[in-house]
Design a protein. Structure first.
Length: 67
């Protein structure tokens, strides 16, 4: 299973979904699905924009964990 740490990264920086939308240009739906960890697929460009925003490697945003 893949875990998304967007909520944690946003919390550490006191950001809201609207802040992430404004800074990255991503849709509310995309950000919300990642925030709630309900996304079934993600565009690579979206991941790239989030990594740039949070100045982090992909491994800080996504993590593979065993069930």
């Amino acid at each position: 299973m893949i875990r998304c740490h967007l909520a944690r990264l946003m919390g550490e920086r006191k950001m809201r979904i609207s802040d992430v939308m404004r800074e990255t240009g991503l849709s509310r739906t995309t950000v919300t699905l990642l925030y709630k960890e309900t996304a079934l697929k993600v565009d690579l460009e979206a991941l790239d924009k989030l990594c740039e925003l949070f100045n982090c490697p992909l491994s800080d945003l996504l993590e593979q964990v065993s069930n």
